[in-house]
Design a protein around this ligand. Structure first.
Ligand code: AMP
Length: 218
């Protein structure tokens, strides 16, 4: 089964998907992380993606769909997968359905719902680990030791696309696309909504319950 975790930039998809993957043993596949790994590796795909990511816009569908297709073909993605950050357009959602409908693999979506006013503060306060990519927040999820990752000890950094000007562009470009994707899953009866504001652990409990309700459990 594939569980699609939907949410605006800053909704907490990465944090919640990581915890849900740990709780259920599912693979956590995040297109943003895949792009950042390609950029770090200096690949051609990474160079293509970087210009869009730095501008706060979406990487073109054909590039993104090709990359996620290759990732989902790997052995650890054969059973249960949490998709974080994909699909982000109607065309991506259609490609996902087309790829998996013939296999009978179910695809359900959960929207982490967060008010737009809260998203900007969350994004500009976000930090990520330069080593393992784990997300933090200066107020809501600080590390135990200042500027160091709890998991691997590497330095925490601000993502280049979390700079205030890029955050504004990302929200402007990506909220309309998110609404389209939400509608695809709502119209086909495959959407659940979890409110994404409050304590991280409380949101995780609701997410676990919503995931279990669609048959995605450990
Ligand atoms: P994220 O880490 O999910 O916030 O993604 C960081 C950036 O990667 C986004 O702002 C987009 O530029 C790009 N990106 C991630 N996922 C996708 C996707 N499914 N389609 C297009 N662009 C994406």
């Amino acid at each position: 089964m594939i569980l699609v975790l939907l949410g605006a930039p800053g909704a907490g998809k990465g944090t919640q998907a990581e915890a849900l993957a740990a709780a259920t043993g599912a693979a956590h596949v995040a297109t943003g992380d895949l792009f950042r790994a390609e950029i770090a590796a200096g690949s051609e795909l990474g160079r293509t993606a970087k210009s869009y990511i730095d501008a706060g816009t979406l990487v073109p569908d054909e590039v993104t769909i090709g990359m996620i297709g290759a990732r989902l073909a790997k052995p650890d993605a054969k059973h249960r997968v949490i998709l974080d950050g994909f699909p982000r357009t109607k065309a991506q959602a259609a490609a996902l359905d087309a790829a998996f409908a013939p296999t009978g693999r179910r695809i359900s979506a959960i929207l982490l719902n967060v008010d737009v006013a809260i998203l900007t503060a969350r994004l500009t306060g976000r930090r990520i680990c330069s080593g393992c990519g784990r997300p933090y927040h200066v107020e809501h999820r600080p590390p135990a030791v200042a500027d160091r990752c709890d998991a691997c000890g590497s330095a925490l950094i601000t993502r280049s696309d979390d700079a205030p000007a890029t955050v504004a562009a990302r929200l402007e470009h990506q909220l309309a696309a998110l609404a389209d994707v939400v509608q695809v899953y709502r119209a086909s009866g495959r959407l659940k909504v979890v409110e994404g504001v409050g304590e991280i652990a409380a949101i995780q409990s609701q997410l676990v319950a919503a995931a279990a309700a669609v048959g995605f459990a450990s």
